[in-house]
Design a protein around this ligand. Sequence first.
Ligand SMILES: [Zn+2]
Length: 344
Amino acid sequence: MRATVMYGAGDVRVEEVPDASISEPTDALLRITRACICGSDLWPYKQMPADSEGAPMGHEFIGVVEDVGVEVSTVAAGDVVVAPFMFSDGTCDFCGEGLHTSCRKGGMWGRSGTGGGQAEAVRVPYADGTLVKLPVAEDDALMPGLLTLSDVFCTGHHAAVCARVRPGQTVAVVGDGAVGLCGVIAAKRLGAERVLILGRHTDRTDLALELGAADVVAERGKEGVERVRDLTGGEGVHAVLECVGLEQAFQTAIGITRPGGAVGRVGVPQFDSLPGAGLSFFHNITVSGGVAPARAYIEELMPEVLEGDLQPGRVFDSEIGLADVPGGYKAMDERDSIKVMIRP
Ligand SMILES: [Zn+2]
């Protein structure tokens, strides 16, 4: 079968690999029908040291179950399913607490003996815990939205939950990438009265406005903080969704939070210590967030995507075949595309 393998910065290849197959009684074998490229895939694309073994890529996908191990009971051959961006057993104490990303038996796609999702097929460990059945056919028009349940919409939702978004609040989203755009949808869904988006790519901030944002702040750093304060009567916002992961973005997030507010961070941090410690201390700002337990949110968010009330699938502005995946990475890295969907 064909799969995407990264061999170093800028070196992504689609090549023949051994066919995925069931090896444990709790596994399922999935034929992948939709996958995508994540903003987090761009970090290794920028800086991964050359590695002759290569790393299987892709952690967001929907597929059709081809076969299951003898202990699998919740999905069967022919089912259309979505996988969250990490696998988990669904039975340990952390899974019970809704923190599937810390599952005692869980792990990342493309590591621990599994392949990645930017491929024709994948072995799914702990299929009962990991997979969620979708009540649609494999070519349903809602596929883009449903694919965002794998990661990007659940991650935006996690940012909003961790930022403690409540009805009537003013909320800021730092970052106009696909996660930030999903954060706008999530904040509105939780009742935010007014959402500000901080970003400087007009195609993306225009989409944010269509998705429910009221104001765009293109300034960065100190100027961005001042602009948000101007827009909020000098106060700052109740809740900030930090969807970038760079030090300056986090500093901005702290700077625009009103006293007693909260920052939900979901941008993978490219720094070691949290900036703004003094300000967040004296303003009693809660800093929360982290890697989103997508599996905990899929069932909650899926109905509104199926009903068409929420349209997180609008973050996809490009669709390619598996052979074109290297070009998809390039397009996202050069910001020619917000998010690329793959039909293997
Ligand atoms: Zn678990």
